[in-house]
Design a protein. Sequence first.
Length: 387
Amino acid sequence: MPRAALLLACLAAALGGCEPTCPPVPVALPGSAADLPWRAGGSSTIDAALDGAAAAALLDTGFSQSALGPGAPAGLDAAAVTVALGAASAGPLPMQISFLLPPQIGVVIGGEVLYQLPLELDARARITRVLPQWQAPSGQGAPMDVWVTGRCRGGDPSQGPLGPHLMVVAAALDGQPLRMGIDTGADATLIRTSLFESLGPRARLDGIPAASGFAGTFSASATRAISLCVGAASSPGALLMAGAPVDSELDRVSRVALRSGAPLDGLLGWTFLREFSASLAERGADGQRSLVLSRYDTQDHWVRELVGIGVALSADPAGQKIAAFFSTSPARDAGLLAGDVITQVNGAPVGEALPHFPAGTAISLDVLRGAAPLSFSVQVEDLLPDP
């Protein structure tokens, strides 16, 4: 199921956007700043309650309308769900049902709620903080366009859903100006394939399995920016990913929401945001928002991605099965084949993922090829070096 496509009654031609002309989703801010710790293994995924029942909630500014996922409690009325986010709450509000979300996600809280909440995102402390009130503009950060619909659903599914509610910032990729949507539900920063292909000579990696709430699983390509900038905030070597389903989603959002002005060029995800303390809590009297990014003094809270042996894995009763190889793959070069099952790494049984090793490390792999046990030595590499 794609993210819901919705008509907008107000469009912004310049930075700032406009407020909805229909009643927004009811939200209640906390009496004091409320810290929402992230769950293990997820960015901006927290513990929430749906009509009083516990559920994992993904806070996703890039998702146009809140939706129930496979992990939602049974018996909810999707036409009117109340969500508790710590001491903050939203609803009752209507929700879609999405089967493309990960199985553990009970609900994705989308833009029609999050654009109303003053948020601070701290990837190093792994918390999202909801503030009790909006902050006055500080003069820092990048101003945001925020588009919201003037069409009300009113609880009637036949009227269509509420979004998209988009937060759009001006950015620059290797000096080229872009318009990027802020997507706290995206692990990676995503760009159009045409933009990806237009970048100068640099390393790229193909055949990467990717998953999204709007397209399901697809094969992506990756490269790195020389510099990705939002306002004064810059990330050298930021990971960028592209794929045909990303293009389709950006086309849809641009067609529906950005019918005036330049189309959306990409979605700003955690491979950029993780390097900064990010505030979405500033709003002027006219409703204009700012994204304030403060770079962390250390960057030891994340591990460089795409350092490994170049394989896509799937679960197997005996370990982890090699489903495919990336375009650069030390494992394939060492003689492993698709279908081999990795049972041990350096003599230790394999869990849900291969352990992380720094580039240049030689590791031993015990595998099963059919019923035959084999052993291989493979060197871990940085599969996608900086340009």
